[in-house]
Design a protein around this ligand. Structure first.
Ligand SMILES: NC(=O)c1ccc[n+]([C@@H]2O[C@H](COP(=O)([O-])OP(=O)(O)OC[C@H]3O[C@@H](n4cnc5c(N)ncnc54)[C@H](OP(=O)(O)O)[C@@H]3O)[C@@H](O)[C@H]2O)c1
Length: 293
């Protein structure tokens, strides 16, 4: 049986991905921060699928929690076919992770990078393993991460930080792909963006407040024009299930880095300069003490 871990699996795109992979016969660890919400999500699955799924606590805003999650899976499994780095927060009010990083950068990029790093030993022993990183069209207005952008500052702008974090997710996927290549690891690191999908993401942004009228605006845009979670999840699922995708690919609706909806395809002509990737790798490696990056 193939084994997967999906972060933020209790809601939205992570939930839809979990459901699909259970149907495909995977055993899925739902790595989530709320036990209550995750058990509710598990209850909603077809009863025949429920013994293929398990909750594991993972709060990506705490390195201790991430380490505990990884240790739990490392102690139980000898393979890891899929690691879907899906959880995310968007345009949060000024806030910090337990280790003092700006919340969006900390959860969307750094927490995931640490989790993946701890799990690489399992990925190494699994032929054709897949690591999927969730980006967004917002990455188009993102700036490459630099050390001073990792922490909360007085100049903090919620939407800009979200865009920066989602560009960071593409860079992360590309850099991990390079690491897999260098180390001759039989695994694919892939970035995917869903397009526009009505989920809790926009609702949580509005609930948290701090972005004025743009909070409710995006709830209504997605409600009326966005995709369902099952349509939106097709890009990240293509990263897992397709035999056509290659290490370092970036997948999005219509094969575009800016499409709002449509069937997923590999995005052509998306490139990151080698010097930017090198800087990104050095930054994350040093900041987090990564061993496999
Ligand atoms: N929806 C879109 O249109 C869209 C577009 C582009 C990219 N994306 C990306 O897609 C991914 C999934 O988003 P979604 O739309 O499915 O949103 P969602 O329904 O809000 O799901 C987000 C998930 O992330 C979890 N999460 C948030 N903070 C966490 C933390 N500190 N530790 C662990 N889990 C945490 C949430 O947990 P709780 O339920 O406990 O809050 C939830 O399970 C995100 O990375 C997002 O940036 C979405």
């Amino acid at each position: 049986m193939k084994i997967g871990i999906i972060t933020g699996a209790n809601s939205g795109l992570g939930y839809a991905s979990t459901q699909k992979l259970l149907k495909e016969g995977y055993y899925i660890y739902m790595a989530c921060r709320s036990e209550e919400k995750t058990l509710e999500a598990i209850k909603s699955f077809d009863p025949q699928l429920r013994d293929q799924v398990e909750y594991v606590h993972c709060d990506l805003s705490s390195f201790d929690s991430i380490r505990e999650c990884a240790t739990y899976v490392l102690n139980k499994e000898k393979q890891l076919n899929v690691l879907m780095l899906n959880a995310g927060l968007m345009a949060t009010p000024p806030s910090e992770t337990k280790e003092g990083y700006e919340m969006q950068i900390g959860v969307n990029v750094l927490g995931h990078a640490l989790l993946a790093d701890l799990l690489v030993p399992l990925i190494k022993t699994t032929p054709d393993a897949r690591v999927i990183s969730l980006s967004s069209v917002a990455s188009n207005s993102g700036r490459p991460l630099q050390k001073q952008m990792l922490k909360l500052t007085k100049e903090y702008r919620p939407w800009q930080s979200y865009s920066n974090s989602k560009l960071g997710d593409v860079y992360y996927a590309k850099a991990l792909a390079q690491y897999f290549r260098e180390q001759d690891i039989d695994a694919l690191s892939i970035a995917a963006h869903p397009g526009g999908t009505a989920s809790q993401l926009q609702i949580n942004t509005r609930k948290m407040g701090g972005v004025g009228i743009s909070g409710p605006f995006w709830v209504y845009v997605m409600k009326f024009f966005g995709m369902t979670i099952h349509q939106g999840a097709l890009s990240q699922l293509m990263g897992v299930l397709s035999s056509e995708v290659k290490n370092g690919d970036y997948i999005g609706p219509k094969g575009s880095g800016s499409a709002f909806k449509g069937n997923p395809k590999v995005i052509e002509n998306y490139s990151v300069s080698q010097s930017e990737l090198d800087d990104f790798r050095t930054l994350l490696k040093t900041e987090l003490g990564l061993q496999h990056f």
